[in-house]
Design a protein around this ligand. Structure first.
Ligand SMILES: [Zn+2]
Length: 204
């Protein structure tokens, strides 16, 4: 027997093999330590790995660009323009592309600013600082509204994602010194529905 068959409650993510159309079983392949989707017919193992979300903290003078989400999750809440990387692009290209798609804004990327691990949902956020090229922007199809906000105008109680909140907090704190060091941290959620806690990784 090649595999120790371990059937797990299926989350419905994938039902059939993308190579041959065969049925998938959730089991731990030999020599592996985690359950995977394995094809019953061709034995292909369909690995699932974390996704990278890339986005921009785009500024114009003392204001930052925020988008009000037109889609779930967190419809109606505000976010920095960001989204999942596509194949065959770089992280900064993904950040600029998402900013164009969600805010119809062209940016000049200044550098990577924050990286947050969200192991609870298997995502990694990479947020870049960027300068708006001009004031020609507006809502893309995934946004209800796009606007520039000064620090005291930011809708802190209506932000969509913890990585966005933490990135904005760091930005406004750093701005006093006009020095924006790269930060990496973990956003850890104790349980379903609980608040995220942020743990910054010490830079040496
Ligand atoms: Zn197959």
């Amino acid at each position: 027997m090649l595999f120790r068959a371990v059937r797990w409650r299926y989350n419905g993510a994938m039902r059939f093999c993308s190579h041959c159309g065969g049925d998938l079983s959730r089991r731990v392949p030999e020599g592996d330590s985690r359950p995977r989707d394995v094809c019953d017919r061709c034995a292909t193992i369909h690995y699932e790995n974390p996704k990278v979300v890339a986005g921009c903290l785009a500024t114009w003078e003392d204001r930052v660009l925020l988008c009000r989400r037109a889609i779930e999750p967190r419809r109606g809440l505000w976010t920095l323009p960001a989204g999942f990387m596509e194949n065959e692009e770089t992280t900064s290209e993904a950040a600029a592309r998402e900013t164009w798609e969600e805010a119809r804004a062209r940016v000049e990327i200044e550098g990577l600013y924050t990286l947050f691990n969200l192991p609870h949902i298997s995502q990694v956020y990479m947020m870049f600082r960027a300068r708006l090229c001009n004031l020609d922007f507006g809502p893309g199809v995934e946004s209800l509204d796009v606007a520039l906000f000064s620090e005291d105008e930011v809708p802190w109680d209506a932000l969509a994602f913890p990585a966005v909140r933490e990135t904005l907090k760091l930005y406004f704190a750093d701005r006093g010194q006009a020095f924006y060091p790269f930060r990496a941290g973990d956003l850890i959620r104790a349980g379903e529905g609980s608040e995220y806690k942020v743990h910054f990784l010490r830079s040496s």
